[in-house]
Design a protein around this ligand. Structure first.
Ligand SMILES: Nc1ncnc2c1ncn2[C@@H]1O[C@H](COP(=O)(O)OP(=O)(O)O)[C@@H](O)[C@H]1O
Ligand SMILES: [Mg+2]
Length: 263
């Protein structure tokens, strides 16, 4: 069964989409069959993968029952667009509304080893659907004074999902993103996260760089756009693989990939 990872945070701009896009790239380059699911009506992940804007069906069609998840997979991505906002509203009035994504994905993910879900910038019904469909949660935080508070809110929602709807759900880790380690407030944000959440916090910190905006604009992976920065995501992928079962061979391939990208 695929490891299904929901990438979430209580607000936008914490690097969720960039993390899903880049982890997907790294895992695929290590031979891990990876499905990326865009669950944000803004469709940033779909754009970042350079899918055509009119590609159909999308995750909105899946959630509203108009399409099967398997039909919505395009180049190993289930895309989203603004129609997801409407689908979310419709979903709100339905029985089993929190289970809809889980039920839909169950029949479509058999061929994948990892499924990464990019959540919208809120802890509402779509994010709950991701947490019910997932067995792991990855929380992203922006290196700011108030990072701790945001992560606490996200963890509360993860715990709520575990207690009520998905007892299998565990916390994969907390990722500090957009860090400028030269600044005091980045270092303090990391220290406070580590103090509060201990080993759940990934050792890897994703450094801030304007190159990420360029990479998104050009729909080009940071691994190709700026391999020196991409090294952060190789290190993160190594920690992620170490926390997932049955992916040891991929970890070996990752080591080779890391060596060849530095030489
Ligand atoms: N490490 C980084 N350094 C600087 N900017 C980044 C970094 N990661 C992402 N960004 C940029 O920050 C913005 C928000 O990132 P994004 O991944 O879209 O976050 P979210 O999905 O949580 O809203 C985007 O413009 C993205 O290109
Ligand atoms: Mg996003």
């Amino acid at each position: 069964m695929a490891h299904t990872i929901a990438v979430l945070s209580q607000k936008g701009g914490t690097g969720k989409t960039t993390t899903v896009r880049t982890l997907t790239d790294v895992l695929r380059r290590c031979g891990v069959r990876t499905l990326a699911v865009d669950l944000d009506p803004q469709g940033n992940l779909s754009d970042y993968f350079d899918l055509p804007t009119d590609v159909e069906p999308t995750v909105a069609d899946v959630l509203s029952g108009r399409a099967k998840a398997a039909a919505a997979i395009h180049e190993d991505i289930i895309p989203a667009n603004l129609s997801l906002a409407e689908a979310e509203l419709m979903l709100g009035g339905k029985m089993g509304r929190e289970m809809t994504l889980k039920r839909a994905l169950a029949k479509a993910t058999g061929d994948y080893e990892v499924v990464l879900i990019d959540c919208p910038p809120s802890l509402g019904l779509l994010t709950i659907n991701a947490l019910v469909a997932a067995d792991q949660a990855l929380i992203t935080a922006e290196a700011q004074y108030f990072a701790l508070q945001g992560v606490e809110q996200a963890i509360e929602v993860v715990e709520l999902a575990r207690e009520t709807l998905n007892p299998e759900l565990t916390l994969l880790g907390v990722l500090l993103n957009l860090a400028d380690i030269r600044t005091v407030h980045s270092r303090e944000a990391l220290a406070s996260l580590q103090e509060r959440f201990g080993e759940a916090v990934f050792e890897t910190v994703i450094r801030a760089s304007i190159a990420y905006a360029e990479s998104a604009e050009r729909a080009r992976s940071i691994l190709d756009h700026r391999p020196d920065l991409g090294a952060d995501y190789l290190a993160l992928a190594d920690e992620v693989l170490a926390r997932l079962s049955g992916l040891g061979a991929a970890r070996k391939r990752l080591k080779q990939l890391a060596q060849s990208s530095t030489t």
